[in-house]
Design a protein around this ligand. Sequence first.
Ligand SMILES: [Ca+2]
Ligand SMILES: [Ca+2]
Length: 400
Amino acid sequence: MSKLVNFLMIMFVATLIISCDNDEDATLYNVNVVVTYEQDYGGSLDGITVKVENASGSFSQELQTDAQGKVIFNLESGEYNFSSSTSNEDFSFSVTKSNVSITEDININLVLSPISYLKGGLIFSQVYYSSSKTPQNKPYMVDEFIEIYNNSNKPVYLDKVAVGILRPSSSKPSVWVNNDGTLMDKIPLNMMVIRFPGAGKDISLEPYHSVVVASDAINHKEVNSNSPVDLSKADYEIYIGDFNNGIDADVPSVTNMDIPFYNAGAKFKEYMISPTGAHAIVLFEFPENVNPKDYCENPDNLSKEPGSSYTKEYLLIPKEWVIDGIEIVSASPKKRHKRLHEEIDAGKIWCSASYNGKSIRRKVKAIIDNNLIYLDTNNSSNDFLADQEPIPWFSTDKID
Ligand SMILES: [Ca+2]
Ligand SMILES: [Ca+2]
């Protein structure tokens, strides 16, 4: 009996020794992992968690990168999966490298790709305001369009969203200023305000989708061979016939924008942003408790131009209502005074000539799952490209 116990004890100890020997003998390889960001993206490389696990999932380990994005694992030979994820203030990133065979010391590069955009909201993605000329060299100004894009990962309601324009780009600085010369907090809107014709939650814009608002929703190429756009499929149309005795085309199949404010006069033919005047443009939202029509008709919200004998009344809106704005200015260097606050647009943008048939378009910052993510730093000098081919419902597979 004791012999059997002794034998079993010896076998047990031997087994322990053999397994210990196995552990000690297993060769560990240096696996040097370097984490980087995909081109054009950036962020800190310090402290990013890198995970490794073997194919069966029985072993896993997590380590943090150093400031250079490096981490070293010591692994036995085998098949492993590596993964990492992180985020900066704009994007979340991820990378996975599967079935990596480790049989020697090895270097592994993990390139973090953006998987979702963490910011964003409603923006102007494209404005075609320069218009075109006919073959007879006559201005053709009704082919303008504005494209508004949902640059976020959530649906946005457009019902109380509106577009307004400021005075034309002028050789004189803005007169809408405080005593110290800074721009007034209220933004003076001119010509007309157009708003999406919903009652509250009727018009939803899906993430990474756009709406095109046309001056006239027709195929302008058929009317003017120099016009670059077919707007017959526009999502919305600007119809000012109620104000100018019907001197405006109304395409019945394309829904008209509401116009709660209009001061352009009964002879005005139509365009939103003057090709020569270069109005700054703002996208804004009436707050939930504000009725747009009531607000626009309330004399408390109207003002004549300071220091002017001209009786025209401008609509004043709080700058806090503004979602996006573009300081569109004239191509003439003398006419590039700012009308919009720095926090709305710290820069300026212009097409090189009136009637050149070109648009301004926001730069594409990233493309994730075929969705465009536009650059939005509240600086049109940085965010926009001028003299672009106007393409309604713009799409691309290239980052600008
Ligand atoms: Ca029209
Ligand atoms: Ca219409």
